[in-house]
Design a protein around this ligand. Structure first.
Ligand code: FES
Length: 404
């Protein structure tokens, strides 16, 4: 019979002994009515809290300008959580009366965390309420509250091909810049070909940084594709199946990050290449500002409804537009509710629908079947079709701050 050898370090042994005592300790604590013993701090819990913090406090220590269109903010803090290249941070904001979050991909190398730093690159967006506010208001010295690293848009050798074609549009380059740094720094190991679509040469973000990486690391290649400017140095037009085939090598995965129009266009181009579905991955998008984009939407976009919100025994009634998500109506009213991805993926905004008609686009609906049956919704990707009554909860372990 095969023998297994387990090597347990002294600290791990202590954890195992503590773990053995967990149930008797808790039973005794319950019997004594003492909550302290039941919440004793274990090393493994401390590690879990460090790796997956509910929130992190940081300060902006440097700002790098990218012309008129974008800025990179360097966030510094103590014991920032490590991340996988490609993950995002959810930033908490208070703009006027609104309390909201926005997810932004981390653009720095995972190596920076050892120096207590993350970089977030934020681009001006048409009608970009939060991004424009950040660009105008965040200065060196601004204190920022962010989530732990979130999201599953990273390289996974068990699933992804060793060759990855990364298709980026505009600020969608940020997770790929982080992945390219991770390859250069020896943290990740795969061959990366970035097809980066921009309108003009001036709008290319991180040109210098990408050039420096490709000069020093032969596992990373970058091809710029300009849609509004012709030059012998770059490809011209959109990122088509022909361009993908021209630069892809062997079997490959495709990762995409960019605006929804890019996903629509490139998605159709990828159909021509007949790739296995596991080899096509895309960064999730926040739910669009209007449900009109979805063919299955049958609501009346110009309607206004009443949203009744129950939380901790109190009842609030706020207005809600048919063309906005329930989460936006809550945020506009200054009602603090948990949210991170804003695209239906993380489940952090999970709330219970007591009554009313809703529309949840199929492509954003990641609820469990049991949750759908029990009437739970993700307000970040739920649009109202009538007046609604919902019950919401604060983040675990947090109390609502009264904002009204
Ligand atoms: S914020 Fe992630 S599912 Fe709603």
């Amino acid at each position: 019979m095969k023998k297994f050898n387990f090597h347990v370090k002294p600290i791990g042994l202590l954890d195992m002994l503590n773990f053995k005592k967990l149930v008797p300790n808790r039973t005794q604590a319950l019997a004594e009515g003492s909550p302290e013993r039941a919440t004793a701090s274990y090393e493994v819990n401390k590690l879990a809290t460090y790796l997956h913090p509910k929130s992190q406090q940081a300060e902006i220590t440097e700002i790098i300008e990218h012309g008129e269109i974008a800025k990179t903010f360097i966030l510094s803090g103590k014991e920032l959580a490590p991340f996988r290249a490609g993950q995002y941070l959810s930033v908490k904001l208070e703009i006027g009366k609104s309390i909201l979050t926005r997810p932004f991909s981390i653009s720095s190398s995972p190596k920076w965390v050892k120096e207590g730093k993350y970089a977030l690159t934020i681009k001006r967006a048409p009608n970009g309420f939060a991004s424009d506010w950040i660009l105008e208001n965040w200065k060196v010295g601004t204190k920022v509250s962010v989530s732990g690293p979130e999201g599953v848009f990273y390289y996974e050798p068990l699933r992804d091909s060793k060759n990855v074609v990364c298709i980026a549009g505009g600020s969608g380059i940020t997770p790929f810049l982080s992945m390219a740094y991770a390859i250069r720094d020896g943290i990740e190991d795969f061959n990366m070909t970035i097809l980066y679509g921009s309108c003009t040469e001036n709008e290319i973000l991180y040109k210098k940084e990408l050039d420096q990486i490709t000069e020093n690391c032969d596992k990373v290649k970058v091809i710029h594709v300009l849609s509004k400017e012709q030059s012998s140095c770059y490809e011209f037009g959109f990122i088509t199946s022909e361009i993908i085939e021209k630069y892809a090598e062997g079997e490959y995965s495709v990762f995409m990050c960019g605006p929804s129009v890019m996903y629509d266009f490139v998605g159709k181009e990828l159909e021509k290449l007949s790739l296995k579905s596991k080899f096509i991955r895309r960064e999730m998008l926040a739910a669009p500002s209007s449900p009109k984009k979805f063919k299955e939407y049958k609501g009346k976009i110009d309607k206004e409804f009443k949203l009744t919100v129950k939380r901790f025994g109190e009842v609030l009634i706020v207005p809600m537009k048919a063309e906005e998500t329930v989460l936006i109506a809550l945020e506009r009213a200054g009602i603090a509710v948990p949210s991170k991805c804003r695209g239906g993926e993380c489940g952090f905004c999970r709330s219970r629908l007591e009554s009313g008609e809703i529309f949840t686009p199929d492509e954003l609906d990641a609820r469990r079947i049991a949750d759908i049956k029990e009437g739970y919704i993700h307000p970040c990707c739920t649009y109202p079709l009538s007046d609604l009554v919902i019950e919401v909860w604060p983040e675990q372990g947090e109390q609502y701050e009264e904002k009204h």
